[in-house]
Design a protein around this ligand. Sequence first.
Ligand code: FRU
Length: 496
Amino acid sequence: MERQHATEQLWKAIKYEAEEEKNIPRKERPDFHVTPPVGWMNDPNGFSVYQGEYHLFYQYHPYSTSWGPMHWGHCKTKDFIDWEQLPCAMAPDMEYDGQGCFSGSAVEHGGKHILMYTGVWEKKEKDGTYKMRQTQNIAVGDGIHYEKITYNPVITADMLPKGSSFEDFRDPKIWKDGNIFYAVIGSRNEDGSGQIALFSSADARKWSFETILDSCHNRWGKMWECPDFFPLQDRQVLITSPQFMEAEGLEIHNGNNAIYFVGSYEKEKKKFRRGSANQIDYGLDFYAPQTVETEDGRRIMIGWLQSWDNYLTPGNMRWSGIMSIPRELSVKEDRLIQNPVRELEKYRKNKLSYKNIHLETEDGEKTLEGINGRSFDMTIEIKKGEYDFFKILLAKDEKYRTALIYDRKKGIFTTDRLYSGMVKDLLSSRSMYVSTENDVLRLRIIMDKYSIEVFVNDGQQAMSSLVYTSLKADQIAFCCEGKAEFSVEKYDIEVH
Ligand code: FRU
């Protein structure tokens, strides 16, 4: 491959990933979810349209399955399901990003693909000590090769209101409105809590501080990472991924989690008024989502299917990190509705459906002919009935199982992966309140080997979790306490 401008670090990463990817069997990977060719992946970055294709970059450390000096991995797709791996796009090879090319975003402009990202570096102080600094930088490319501009860094923390942190200033999300570029960036103010800064620019080089769009006043965590800010129908949505949250009921989970606010935006005054805070995904593993607007006007979100505090990747795997299925967003009564991209339906094969199955306690764990597997798109409708619990057991064999449990009396839905083969004392279950109409619960379950994404009641809620159960455990079973009736429609997803 010809590559004239790559620095030594970038070239090394490109050669390494090309070589190592060949040694990882395809069948060990998810079939239709993005994974890194080798090594570690976290946040989605630069999710954007460029020359009619969707590009996705990600936080990437090719050399090990744990976080390290951040590179930007890269892939693209025409339909969000069939992805093509591209060479690593950026390495931490400049003074201003020598400690890492942290998260950022991308936009198409004048035939070029513009990346905006956070450079992390250690600044030597007069007294000889080093201080971590985060600044915003630009790289420009053609869909494969990217050059960092000589003008970098383009935004520094001294442009923020007084008292704002110099160390925590990251994850720009860039977009264009008419001729103006805007970027929202995560930051911390003098009370130590998260705030979202808005900047603008006429050329993506010279930026001006506009305003603080929102700040958390020490509720919903500390640092607000990975903001995204976009109109949806007639509302405005702010997404952010706070660190160190305290739990609130079943709505907000402790730790790092992604939340959203649906509100209104007065564009001229740059004033955002938000509604309540809600969890984006109620599962064990979902963080740092980012969105893109498609050419047909859909808003698609992708997130990192992992939580920082629950590292589950088995020791023998050469890669770590899975992206979520891209999700179409809409708003209903100020709640975010999310459903798998409609393009997934093109890849459905081998339809199997069972209608009105009767199930009662005495049936034990009921299996249905052909309803099994580890890569599928399955919709289950649990009808009005007289039961207390309904359970779906996935990735099951004699030893292992992950349970999706609906407690009908309490209206609580749980993912429980305790018996999925986990060998560490990590969080294994999470619950959320669900509501039903006429006592009917609809669950669409997208499973892709190690990921379980549940979409409840046509996207009203999502719950995503990872399970690294041996791929041999591929049975699915149903059981209940009481008398229930349900229907199943299942498709295999075949991409390759
Ligand atoms: C979020 C995050 C970002 C940062 C990146 C570093 O998961 O902490 O704030 O840019 O990961 O990899």
